[in-house]
Write a protein that binds this ligand. Structure first.
Ligand code: NAD
Length: 472
């Protein structure tokens, strides 16, 4: 039988890789998807987005039950948390979607190959070889015209620490057999504030240590301030400008020495979560034999996700200068495969990427913060509308937060939208679409929003840019 020559071999089956493989299949390309783990879906599906958001939903329900009396629901005073059932529900969701991915691969005629993939160097006569080291002796060599690298990332550790049952990363924290009494979280990015939210809801004593001067430091400053206000109210402790000096195991837990506000401080805790960012998985994938020169492990690409090695693409968390978000990786996969297939493509615009953090209150943002817009020389006009003045927010009992629109004053170009509050992770989609279609603030002001909805707050926020919000 003649050896298969693939059009595309994708290495790594996270959201970037599986999306690229499915799209390649849809285009009728001969496609293989190489995965080292025994399941498809990568970090996002197994130890990231999906299980975390499942736990966040449990936390939200639990919080609603705490306040059941306010909604006139009585008799739930003796509620009890069955942590094992919470974990089982989370695992079921993950398994269901992992099976769904296997189905999608079959449906789109993508061959899945089990093992660790590695490129063998530049193409010979236009053909690359991807070596796959499988379990046992099941090594294979895949011949292909194009390679898409989508090997993802892993949690960065504080030097000298190793994860175990007390020192946790996003992986170990999802496997806890009980809710910890106390939890110190290092880092107030998405991972840090989401787990703070989950475990505080379940009554853990949570303390966040963040090196920079604010929580969620990449968000608009007013969003960070609002999150800090609500977290304080929720009893979540945090130290900003904090420097972790030493993490030591003690008989009963962990001792953390840190400095903040110019003072040396110490905390005793049951568990510690390290959430200080993620490093790309680009070692051991054969790059040394190619023209690709990683920068701090990240791979440089052009707008079509092509690396310096002809025929080799990089997508997802390994791409230099690209935010490490599942939805960005997925779109990069679509861009790369459109290029391979010679189909119409459109490069990623970094200013139109939704950032969504599922802490409580939720955060959704897109485009420039107010400070960044000013820094870039725009004459800025800002509108802000609080959820306290939105009737749907009162109905669902969630009054925290606001929608803030940052616009350019001359033509009303929307430069950025920043939401903190109920359903912020869903509401941001309207702002992303508006910006993608180059709508102005005035276009939003003339767009009819259904009443009573949270989305109406977007209408009010756009009106407030010109001091004309109806509801405040
Ligand atoms: P991050 O880079 O978003 O945040 C890390 C935080 O840790 C930063 O605020 C940083 O200032 C702080 N930090 C770094 N070193 C520190 C130290 N030694 N002491 C104290 N603070 C320190 O990283 P993350 O939260 O680990 O998330 C990793 C990636 O995964 C990010 O790109 C994130 O956007 C993504 N992610 C996204 C979501 C989501 O979209 N909802 C959820 C989880 C993770």
């Amino acid at each position: 039988m003649p050896e298969t020559i693939y059009d595309v071999v994708v290495v790594g089956s996270g959201p970037a890789g599986y999306t690229a493989a499915i799209r390649a299949g849809q285009y009728g390309l001969r496609t293989a998807l190489v995965e080292k783990d025994s399941y498809l879906g990568g970090t996002c599906l197994h130890v990231g987005c999906i299980p975390t958001k499942a736990l966040l939903f449990n936390a939200e329900l639990w919080d609603h039950l705490k306040n059941a009396g306010e909604f006139g629901i009585e008799g739930v005073g003796s509620r009890k948390l069955n942590w094992q059932a919470v974990q089982e529900r989370k695992s079921k969701i993950v398994s269901k979607h992992a099976k769904g991915l296997e189905f999608l691969m079959r449906k789109n005629k993508v061959e899945t190959v089990s093992g660790r993939g590695r490129v063998s160097g530049p193409a010979q006569n236009g053909i690359h070889v991807v070596g796959v080291e499988g379990v046992g002796n099941s090594n294979r060599q895949l011949r292909t015209a194009n390679v898409v690298l989508a090997t993802g990332s892993e949690a960065r550790m504080i030097p000298g620490l190793e994860p175990d049952e007390r020192v946790l990363t996003n992986i170990e924290i999802l496997e806890l057999t009980a809710v910890p009494k106390s939890l110190v979280i290092v880092g107030a990015g998405a991972v840090g504030v989401e787990f703070a939210s989950i475990f505080r809801s379940f009554d853990t004593e949570v303390t966040i240590l963040e090196m920079l001067p604010r929580l969620v430091p990449l968000e608009d400053e007013e969003v960070s301030k609002e999150l800090a206000r609500v977290y304080r109210k929720r009893g979540i402790n945090f130290h900003l400008g904090a420097r972790v000096e030493k993490v030591e195991r003690t008989k009963s837990g962990i001792a953390v020495a840190f400095s903040a506000d110019g003072k040396a401080q110490k905390l005793e805790t049951d568990k510690i979560l390290i959430a200080v960012g993620r490093k790309p998985n680009t070692e051991g994938i054969g790059l040394e034999k190619t023209r690709i020169q990683p920068e701090r492990g990240f791979l440089k690409t052009n707008e079509w996700m092509q690396t310096a090695e002809p025929g080799v693409y990089a997508i997802g968390d390994i791409v230099l200068g690209s935010p490490q978000l599942a939805h960005v990786g997925a779109m990069e996969g679509i861009v790369a495969v459109a290029k391979v297939a010679g189909r119409p493509e459109k490069p990623i615009n970094l200013q139109r990427i939704p950032n969504v953090t599922f802490c409580h209150p939720e955060i959704g943002s897109v485009g420039l913060t107010e400070a960044k817009a000013r820094e870039q020389g725009y004459t800025v006009k800002v509108g802000k509308f609080p959820f306290t003045a939105n009737s749907r927010a009162s109905i669902v009992g969630e009054h925290e937060g606001f929608i803030k629109i940052v616009s350019e004053s001359a033509y009303g170009e929307i430069l950025g939208v920043h939401i903190i509050g109920p359903q912020a992770t869903e509401l941001i989609a309207e702002a992303v679409t508006a910006m993608e279609l180059e709508a102005t603030v005035e276009d939003l002001m003339w767009t009819i929003h259904a009443h009573p909805t949270l989305a109406e707050a977007m209408l009010d926020a756009s009106n407030s840019v010109y001091g004309m919000a109806i509801n405040v």
